[in-house]
Design a protein around this ligand. Sequence first.
Ligand SMILES: C[S@@+](CC[C@H](N)C(=O)[O-])C[C@H]1O[C@@H](n2cnc3c(N)ncnc32)[C@H](O)[C@@H]1O
Length: 391
Amino acid sequence: MNANNLIKDIIDKKELIQLVLSNKRNKDVEYTKINIRPIKIKDDFMYHLTYSYSNKEIHKNLSDKECIEEIISHINGNFKQVQLYCVNNDYQILINKKLNANVIKKKATKKPVDISHNRKKKYILEEDVPCDFLQYLGVMNEHGNVKKQKRDKFRQLNRFLEMVKDIESNFDKNKKIKIIDFGCGKSYLTFALYYYLVKIAKFNVEIVGLDLKKDVIEYCNKVARALNYDNLNFQIGNISDFNEFTEIDMMVTLHACDIATDMALFKAICWKSKVILSVPCCQHELNSQIKNDLLNPMLKYGIIKERFSSLATDSIRANLLEILGYKTQILEFIETEHTPKNLLIRAVKSKEEVDKSIVDEYKELRNFLNASPYLEKLILENNIISKEQLI
Ligand SMILES: C[S@@+](CC[C@H](N)C(=O)[O-])C[C@H]1O[C@@H](n2cnc3c(N)ncnc32)[C@H](O)[C@@H]1O
């Protein structure tokens, strides 16, 4: 069986359920895997391609013709293996060094799925299912109906929990998981985190929410007691002065203002937090530092400078975390139409030692931007990395 003809045939007949290109042959290709599945956008039958990199994913929608061309181009040198899950059979295609393809036919193992983009989204916190904290905070009524004006909040909470769910395998079910939420504010997300980890995922947790605002903290403690969320407590305090923990499993900081995010990241680094989830907010620091004549055509426009500074700040934070042994991703937290402050840094501690491989490119970026990042300053002042390594 000819592999190219097989792929064309299956896509032409709309019999593909999923296709995975893996086992990379070409080192110049940066992504390690491509996952393809059919999708319906309005009335058009398309293919959704997910390119997996070590620290991110890129998504693309292609027509059937474009999709066939893309797959065939990758078989011709980039990947050694293609796995096809189809309606009637599965196929494994193995491509040797001479680019000859061996097609192995197998029994079908996957059932076709509803590919309509319009199908009702299955959320972790479900609609029409009453949930105690969502009711208490006025997001849904006693029947579980989400209030119209709280729909964005409901989606945000669910999106956040999906990101937590993705990393929960880093936690030990037999131990108490210690979590701190820095700059917790009104704590919708903190309550959601507690609800998910304790009531759905069945972890044993201790969560502390910290904020500068006394009234907010009093209110959050009142809600936690009313809901009998026993291991959820809120404290008044400044992130930089909080020294109650010496080790921690997860640090969360969502929309903590400006360099409060850096203080929070620094604490998490010192405590060797296994997981970090951080949505930065209003990054002013670099805006006043960034200077490079090569960037003038961009930076002369205030709004571009502001957005560029934000992206540069988060890139610097993410790179510093990687240097310190965190596998780091930057994910879209919520659709941009709701807020431009929508990037989430998700970092999982993967090694103890400093990753020297990216130090040079980090230094080049920092020097190019004329930046003196606060997080770097904290790291150096506290000898987390020596000056010789980073300056
Ligand atoms: C924009 S609110 C975000 C609240 C919540 N995390 C959320 O995402 O909905 C930022 C919160 O961070 C708190 N905050 C800012 N700097 C802080 C610091 N240095 N220490 C503790 N809390 C801080 C503020 O008081 C405020 O409540």
